[in-house]
Design a binder for this molecule. Sequence first.
Ligand code: OFO
Length: 142
Amino acid sequence: MNGKLAKVMNEQINKEIYSAFLYLAMSDWAMQKGLKGAAHWLYVQYLEEMIHGQNLYRYLQVRGDPVELAPIAKPEGAWNTLLDVFRHVLEHEKLVTASIANLANVSQDVRDHAASIFLEWYVTEQVEEEGNATDIIQRLQL
Ligand code: OFO
């Protein structure tokens, strides 16, 4: 693959695993508050984010590009309310959406049609991720 595309794809692996860690921290926060349903939902997001990262990892390998792993930043671990947690989820997913959009733009700039098609799944997934967080925020605000 084009070097710039491989680089941003590697960086996206780190962002997906960071997302996983953030959800894992949020899940434990909810568990400590006795909010088991929320803890379960957030734990499932953790598992999904790991798969998002793994699929990028595999894609780089299938294309014959080296995977470059970087340290995962420590996720935040303190929120005041469950509403704060989900506001953070939405804010975070918006950052991820922007990052995926940049990745898709790079794949188009270098005319890598196969990568663009592969990345379409991530573009669509981000619509769902932001939609889910928005729905939950609205319900919590009632
Ligand atoms: Fe990987 O979708 Fe959320 O961050």
